[in-house]
Design a protein around this ligand. Sequence first.
Ligand SMILES: [Cu+2]
Length: 123
Amino acid sequence: MSFKSLIAGSAIVLASALAPALLRAHAYPMVVVPADGAVLRDGPREIRIQFTEGIELEFSRIDVKNAAGEKMSVGNLRRIADDTVAVAVKALGPGAYRIEWQVLSVDTHVTDGVLRFTVSGGK
Ligand SMILES: [Cu+2]
């Protein structure tokens, strides 16, 4: 929707158009690769997360852990865009994995959470 047509709309339309933006005021995962709950034949080479707003790389982390709690991610977060980062992972065998993320968004709020995926190994 263009800004012009937004102005032309009613106040009710304007309010409903702005509400979702306010609800997304902190940084939460918007696009995750692999997706939360995904079952993959082969382990991913990296984990990539696009957040709902820009994040501060130096105060953010993404740890990938196996079922035993061992850290499987390696190296620093790599910035792909203001709101998108990636982290490399070791070769992942079949099993369940957790992505533990914590980020500082550009609006100074810290958010965190856990995402999951499974490597099937083709079975
Ligand atoms: Cu916020």
